[in-house]
Design a protein around this ligand. Structure first.
Ligand SMILES: NC(=O)c1ccc[n+]([C@@H]2O[C@H](COP(=O)([O-])OP(=O)(O)OC[C@H]3O[C@@H](n4cnc5c(N)ncnc54)[C@H](OP(=O)(O)O)[C@@H]3O)[C@@H](O)[C@H]2O)c1
Length: 245
């Protein structure tokens, strides 16, 4: 029996996900690094190895239901349980990332592509992993959302006039927050906690060089939540503080 806590982090070959993997592996957890591109995944795994950290690699593309099915099969075959699922993988479509509001004209192709990874893939994976999570004594799911998914804050922002924030991305994260609340209720009887987190505006490929937070600072909200003995569930959290839904 594996006495270490077993954690899967999706979209973990770079950015915030890779840093979450690094910190959790250093803390002694048994970490599975999810990557959609096997080459990029192997590179991240070998970089961590050169730092003295051993992590497992799992090929997983959230936009491909076949890949999700295969990944879950492999997890069921190789691990007796899953203690923590970090749904970190996410996209901000390039056109939306340019900082122009898209609400008046976003093509359905961008909406669908964004929801495919940020929402549908996340849900498909999570639903399939619930049986493995139920085998944990201390299960938890962390959905990496964004403050841009807060409906309350959007209401305040948009009442002042056009905000210029990306619509498909924001809507996908609002939908993830809804999933968090529903799932937390459904898994409460099994002692599995489910929370949404906002990492902050972070210097990654998605966040850009303009972001104020380092990648280490961006990972902090998530690793603190996982490593704390918090009993929080159904919360939207940034650096230990609750955000409005
Ligand atoms: N950076 C910020 O300021 C910020 C703010 C709020 C929330 N977030 C959220 O934080 C999370 C991590 O973002 P980040 O800033 O670290 O972004 P990032 O540097 O762009 O990394 C995103 C990760 O997700 C992976 N990914 C994308 N599509 C995928 C798919 N279909 N299947 C599996 N993996 C996929 C990427 O893989 P590839 O390398 O193959 O592309 C990459 O590993 C995201 O959910 C994001 O929405 C970020």
């Amino acid at each position: 029996m594996d006495t270490k806590e077993i954690v899967l982090v999706t979209g973990a070959n770079k950015g915030i996900g890779l840093e979450i993997v690094r910190v959790l592996a250093k803390s002694g957890m048994h970490v599975i690094l999810g990557a959609r591109n096997p080459e990029r995944g192997r590179k991240a795994q070998s970089d961590l190895k050169s730092e003295g950290l051993e992590v497992d690699l799992l090929e997983l593309d959230l936009a491909d239901s076949g890949s999700i099915e295969e990944a879950v099969k492999s997890l069921e075959q190789n691990y007796e349980r899953l203690d923590v699922l970090v749904n970190n993988a996410g996209i901000l479509h390039r056109e939306e990332g340019l900082g122009n509001s898209t609400v008046l004209g976003v093509p359905s192709s961008i909406l669908k592509q964004t929801f495919e990874t940020n929402f549908f893939g996340l849900i498909d994976l999570t639903q399939r992993l619930v049986p493995l999570l139920k085998k944990s004594q201390n299960g938890q799911i962390v959905n990496v959302s964004s403050i841009l998914g807060s409906l309350q804050l959007a209401l305040e922002r948009e009442s002042q006039g056009p905000s210029g924030t990306p619509f498909a991305y924001n809507a996908s994260k609002a939908a993830v927050n809804s999933f968090t609340i529903h799932l937390a209720g459904a898994l409460r009887p099994f002692g599995i906690r489910v929370n949404s987190v906002h990492p902050g505006w972070v210097k990654t490929d998605m966040g850009s060089e303009q972001a104020p937070l380092s990648i280490e600072e961006g990972a902090k909200t998530i690793v603190d939540l996982i490593l704390s003995d918090s009993s929080s569930t159904s919360k939207f959290i940034h650096l230990g503080e609750e955000l409005p839904w």
